[in-house]
Design a protein around this ligand. Structure first.
Ligand SMILES: C[S@@+](CC[C@H](N)C(=O)[O-])C[C@H]1O[C@@H](n2cnc3c(N)ncnc32)[C@H](O)[C@@H]1O
Length: 344
């Protein structure tokens, strides 16, 4: 495949590189903001599942524009399991959004006050098994909601990725318990062919007796019949397409000179750090095979055995390097399983 083929196929990918965004997802948040004005009066923001960091870039740019004349600089914290290259003015926390310790670190950084805005573009690695992927995405959204109940101030805004699928209506209802306004947004930079959309939840107002926790009792494994749902559980959210008709179609291919100007190839803004596939590439080029892995001709299925989330996390954690910080205005917090170090 040629270097330019992805540029031809995906105009938002190409524009992201031209405009300096680390990922094309930046346009999704920008288009959501155009419709919902999510950055208004926001001084403290949290980007959950932030790597490689294009949403943090948008937050940094927008919040700093809004606070040009203010004496207090905006505070932005980005959380991800994976290491992320430093971004000026963004604090990074390498950690898991399902852990209460992550919520505590965020509150500590905000000096015991809470965030005005929490965004989450979290996505687990897709398995290709449709139902499984939808289920895991719903669980991640609920984990994001859980941590948000610890870190968002009353009246604050929460934006998160959702897969529009069977459990969707129940998820919306559960969000509606915590937020006055819940809307489903589909930015035009998000492919029509994808079931991805975003919930935009405004005016955080949890029930009076609600005690934030990190357990996840909200989504059950029971089969769901929409007709059986009642009252708040039958809430139908408004659906809003964001991005006007002048925006390119994210499912279409465009010629490289689309839009007039002369095309020249741009490299991606930020390559992956510690990509999990790097070891496999090294091993493939050196002709070796991973320890404990049997030859592909082996009939034993051991090497294809599913691993538990904990095994997976342990292995991932073993590969995590503590990231040192280099820029003046940013610092990186790197969490290992039991303790967290702050490097400045
Ligand atoms: C689609 S990417 C986010 C892209 C990002 N919004 C951007 O614009 O650059 C999804 C991220 O979710 C992160 N993620 C998935 N599960 C997580 C968890 N439990 N805690 C923290 N991050 C998680 C992944 O590591 C991955 O980097």
């Amino acid at each position: 495949m040629g270097k330019t083929s992805k540029d031809k196929r995906d105009i938002y990918y190409r524009r992201a590189k031209e405009e300096g965004w680390r990922a094309r997802s930046a346009f999704k948040l920008l288009q959501i903001d155009n419709e919902f004005n999510i950055f208004e009066d926001v001084n403290k923001a949290v980007d959950l599942c932030a790597a490689p960091g294009s949403w943090s870039q948008v937050l940094s740019r927008k919040l700093n524009e809004n606070h040009k004349d203010a004496s207090e600089k905006p505070k932005i914290i980005a959380v991800d399991l994976q290491a992320m290259a430093p971004l000026d003015g963004v604090i990074q926390l390498q950690g898991d959004i399902t852990k209460v310790s992550t919520a505590e670190k965020i509150i500590t950084y905000f000096e015991n006050s809470k965030a005005d805005l929490v965004v989450c573009d979290g996505a687990p690695d897709v398995t290709g098994l449709h139902d499984m992927d939808i289920y895991i995405q719903s669980q991640l959204l609920l984990a994001a909601l859980n941590i948000t109940t610890h870190i968002l101030r009353p009246g604050g805004t929460f934006v998160a990725k959702i897969f529009r699928a069977r459990e969707g209506s129940l998820l919306y209802s559960q969000l509606k318990i915590f937020f006055e306004d819940v809307c489903c947004a589909k930015p035009s930079s998000s492919r029509n062919s994808s079931i991805e959309a975003f919930v935009v939840c405004k005016n955080y107002s949890p029930p009076d007796d609600y005690i934030p926790h990190m357990l996840n009792p909200l989504l059950t494994h029971e089969p769901l019949n929409y007709e059986d749902l009642k009252d708040v559980n039958k809430y139908v959210v408004p659906f809003m397409v964001c991005g006007d008709l002048t925006q390119p179609d994210s499912d279409a291919c465009y010629p490289l000179n689309f839009g007039g100007g002369e095309y020249s190839y741009s490299e991606p803004i930020q390559g992956p750090i510690d990509a999990p596939y790097e070891e496999a590439i090294k091993m493939e080029s050196s002709g070796s095979k991973p320890k404990n892995m049997k030859k592909s001709t082996d009939t034993n299925e051991d090497c294809n055995k599913p691993q538990s989330i904990n095994d997976f996390k342990k292995k991932a954690q073993a590969n995590v390097n503590l990231v040192d910080n280099s820029t003046d205005n940013s610092s990186i917090l790197c969490e290992d399983i039991t303790n967290l170090q702050i490097t400045k």
